[in-house]
Write a protein that binds this ligand. Structure first.
Ligand SMILES: [Mn+2]
Length: 433
């Protein structure tokens, strides 16, 4: 049985987290011989967290990286040898398994590692003194001075280097300050690889840290393809649909499975979030069909569920502008110009004036910090299908086709999609000089 992690991208939005959750459920049904674990490789924004909390599910745990660790190769000994035991008590173990190290305990607490060198050195010393060994020592008496333990979270390569640099055949491994196992040279013969499935992204630089050291065993995504080269043939389902959750739902159908009501609700949340309640121009017929089926499986009213979900998104005027902007901020390079485009969703634009200035300041601060030439923020009212645009002061502003409603502020009725609607205009404006 092996473990396969399913992860979305590093800026975990709802589609990313919900598709990982739903796909793990499906794969655990399809392939019970392996263990599929949904994870997220970034921290949740406040609104995403609130919505996930409202779904009352086990939110995929944060996994920082998939670099192989000492933890992944350490060994655990089945023997409990006590420091006070006579050396003869390990004779049977050596005869059977010939281990290069054995953990030794003292009153139930880890005492140190007994290595085969300790035994040999003691025996040779005694034989040199007198050709007969008359008294059998306790294990404590022959153990040499211990070296500092390795931390279980230490990288595989680091751990190997530490062991190579030590005079010992084995080193103890500690986790949170407690003995957890030990490593010998044998542990480092082969570097283990994590198995990972990527959902809602496929580009390695957007993925979990260390993905280049892992086995990518699957990709389920709705973005452009710029994937890593793999050693083995893998499963890929990439379709230009409105959300990855839609593709995951279709995979249930393809495998003649039905998502349980809870999973249906989770998939619906991701779908509705990415398609802005099916109003974004990225929405396809497949998304509409999936959304309605998922809503009925979950026993919810689609429209009501969507509005409730977006009502959990905190009002922009109550949030810290910079953190609200970076929660969903993408950067592009066009004709050598570095551009950043953020998007925030709201349920009304009536209070726009109350925070527009603070968000302009926040956007300019982010532009400077990120070394961008131009930064823009679209604030999208998902209910009324209307956006406003805040821009930093830049020469291309005047080439935007939108009606100015203030200093570097623009009105964008019916604009919902950053990728499909705003980005082409931004690229066009950059080219006009
Ligand atoms: Mn998505």
């Amino acid at each position: 049985m092996s473990t396969i992690y399913i992860t979305g991208h590093r800026n975990p939005d709802l589609d990313s987290v919900c598709s990982a959750y739903g796909y793990a459920k499906l794969m655990n049904l399809q392939d019970p011989d392996n263990n599929y674990i949904p994870v997220r490789c970034g921290h949740l924004g406040d609104s995403t967290k609130k919505i996930l909390d409202s779904l009352q599910i086990d939110i995929p745990k944060y996994k920082r990286d998939v670099y192989p660790k000492v933890r992944d190769v350490m060994m655990n000994s089945p023997y409990r040898i006590d420091a006070g035991d006579k050396l003869t008590s390990v004779a049977a173990i050596y005869e059977k398994n010939n281990p290069s190290a054995i953990p030794v305990y003292d009153n139930g607490r880890f005492y140190g590692l007994l290595t085969v060198d300790d035994i040999t050195n003691w025996t040779m010393r005694e034989l040199a003194k007198d050709s007969k060994i008359t008294e059998i020592p306790s294990i404590r008496m022959i153990m040499s001075e211990q070296e500092p333990p390795i931390d279980a979270g230490e990288l595989f390569d680091e751990g190997r280097t530490m062991l190579q640099g030590s005079s010992k055949r084995g080193l103890a491994v500690f986790e949170n300050g407690e003995y957890a196992g030990y490593v010998t040279r044998r542990c480092f013969l082969k570097c283990p690889k994590y198995n990972v499935i990527l959902v809602d992204h496929n580009e390695p630089h957007q993925s979990i840290r260390g993905i280049e050291t892992a086995n990518i065993v699957g990709i389920v995504d709705h973005h452009r393809l710029d994937a890593i080269k793999t050693d083995q043939p893998i499963f890929i389902d990439a379709e230009p649909l409105g959300s990855t959750c839609t593709i995951v739902y279709q995979l249930y159908i393809r495998n003649t499975r039905t998502p349980d009501p809870e999973t249906a609700k989770v998939l619906l949340a991701g779908l509705i979030s990415d398609t802005l309640i099916l109003k974004s121009p990225t929405t396809t017929g497949n998304d509409v069909v999936a959304a309605h089926t998922l809503a009925s499986l979950a026993g919810v009213n689609l429209e009501e569920f969507g509005l409730n979900m977006f009502s959990l998104v905190e009002d922009l005027k109550d949030r810290d502008p910079e953190s609200a902007i970076v929660a969903d901020f993408k950067t592009y390079v066009e004709k050598g110009i570095k551009i950043g485009i953020g998007q925030c969703e709201v349920t009304t634009l009536n209070d726009f004036d109350s925070y527009a200035y603070d968000y302009s300041e926040g956007l300019e601060a982010i532009r400077k910090k990120s070394g961008l030439d131009w930064a823009v923020l679209m604030i999208t009212d998902v209910i009324h299908e209307h956006s406003t645009l805040i821009c930093t002061d830049y020469k291309s502003n005047k080439h935007l086709p939108y009606k100015p409603i203030g200093n570097n502020l623009y009105d964008m009725p019916q604009v919902m999609s950053r990728k499909k609607q705003l980005l082409p205009e931004i690229i066009h404006a950059v080219g006009e000089h």
